[in-house]
Ligand binder design. Structure first.
Ligand SMILES: *[C@@H]1O[C@H](CO)[C@@H](O)[C@H](O)[C@H]1NC(C)=O
Ligand SMILES: *[C@@H]1O[C@H](CO)[C@@H](O)[C@H](O)[C@H]1NC(C)=O
Ligand SMILES: *[C@@H]1O[C@H](CO)[C@@H](O)[C@H](O)[C@H]1NC(C)=O
Length: 370
């Protein structure tokens, strides 16, 4: 059984950008640079969640299930690797700005005192559990709060924290039995997310919650179709995905409900009531219905590990790229669909005229935060 810390070395910059990961060259990471001002921290630690530069973020945490299912690779409930996947995606993405400019510098910086052990320490802030449903992130949120509050190297009052949430696939796997009348209805899903984020808001000042938007589970059906992809994939247990009575149109509509719920939470402004906390949806998965493909239309196995089950480095990098690109786009202009099959899509740079983690408020008017 893989443990988080056994693979953390993969997170290090030199591996992400070094010769051992030549395939990543194809994604345009090496040589990617942005305006020098974007790499600098704010002169003073910001007090507003809408004025946080990427280098101001010290702590990264996560709640959720896994990105594995989201990308159609398939993961049985309880797979510890899936935790790693999500974690890695985040770490990779957030290291991009730092690493691409200076490969000896780590994201968390040496000043925090976390130093070279930061990777292991921070991995403990990933509370994501494969198989988790939205209701489970409430417990995860409490656990995360406890860890942040009790960790000697974290200054909860002052350190900026970025918490990623990705949840919904397992809810969707159970949705079909009772639909909108059951425990996985849109409203139930929404309430669970609200409860979890409220726990974060009540206990973690200086926090940005970034929620990776729901994907359309039709993608999984495409991969499973005729088992042409990989034999290993049918190990993925998703009742509603296999349920023939639950049509593709039903799947799409149900996934749409969750996407709407996520966005409604953002639009409601309930998590924008104090200036040092916010919630942003990253919707790039929303419109994707096909897995990464080869030019001939077959699934592109380069994105997956040889066992057809785990993501390859390239797969992580691909998702990380799109997530990053979404993050630097202003709310309201974020891509809601990306082409996973196109490796030539460039990494974006944050906007120099609004060099912050994009939030609802700084997207509406950035000038107040400059
Ligand atoms: C990388 O960062 C270190 C420490 O901040 C600095 O001494 C070094 O000059 C930097 N290297 C490059 C290539 O910018
Ligand atoms: C399959 O889907 C249909 C339609 O949503 C539903 O009525 C039925 O209960 C589902 N079957 C199972 C085993 O979940
Ligand atoms: C996605 O990118 C691939 C590779 O460049 C291309 O062949 C395909 O047509 C694109 N798909 C869409 C929907 O644009």
């Amino acid at each position: 059984m893989l443990k988080l810390h056994s693979i953390t070395v993969i997170l290090l910059c030199y591996q992400l950008f070094g010769s051992s990961s030549g395939s990543l060259q194809d994604l345009g990471y090496p040589g990617w640079t942005c305006d020098a001002s974007l790499y600098q921290k704010s002169a003073k630690v910001p007090t507003s969640a809408h004025a946080v530069k990427f280098s101001d973020i010290k702590i990264i945490g996560a709640l959720g299930d896994s990105l594995t299912a989201a990308n159609g690779a398939g993961a049985p409930k309880g797979d510890p690797l899936a935790v790693i996947l999500q974690y890695r995606v985040w770490m990779n993405m957030l290291r991009l700005l730092m690493c691409s400019k200076n490969s000896t510098q780590t994201f968390f910086g040496y000043s925090t005192g976390i130093g070279s052990s930061n990777v292991w320490e921070v991995s403990k802030l990933n509370q994501a559990v494969p198989g988790a449903e939205a209701i489970d992130i409430i417990t995860q949120a409490r656990a995360l709060v406890h860890l942040v509050q009790s960790h000697k190297d974290i200054d909860n009052a002052n350190d900026w924290k970025l918490i990623n949430i990705f949840i919904g696939a397992n809810d969707m796997c159970a949705y079909c039995s009772q639909g909108e009348a059951g425990p996985h209805s849109k409203q139930a899903y929404k309430n669970n997310i609200i409860q979890a984020v409220q726990i974060l808001k009540d206990n973690l000042p200086r926090t940005i919650v970034s929620l990776t938007g729901m994907f359309d589970m039709e993608m999984l059906r495409q991969i499973d179709h005729d088992k042409y992809f990989c034999d290993g994939l049918h190990t993925f247990e998703c009742g509603c995905e296999k349920n023939k009575t639950f049509t593709n149109a039903d799947v799409k509509r149900a996934c749409q409900y969750y996407m709407e719920a996520q966005k409604e939470i953002e639009d409601s402004g309930i998590f924008d009531t104090s200036d040092d906390f916010t919630y942003v949806v990253q919707p790039f998965f929303n419109g994707i219905v096909v897995p990464p493909l080869n030019p001939d239309g077959s699934p592109n196995l380069n994105w997956f590990a040889p066992d057809c089950f785990h993501f390859s480095k390239l797969g992580h990098a691909n998702v990380a790229k799109h997530l990053w690109n979404n993050i630097v786009q202003p709310v309201g202009s974020k891509d809601t669909q990306v082409n996973l099959s196109d490796p030539s899509i460039p990494l974006r740079c944050p906007d120099v005229s609004c060099p912050f983690f994009r939030t609802t408020k700084n997207s509406a008017d950035c000038s107040k935060y400059l």
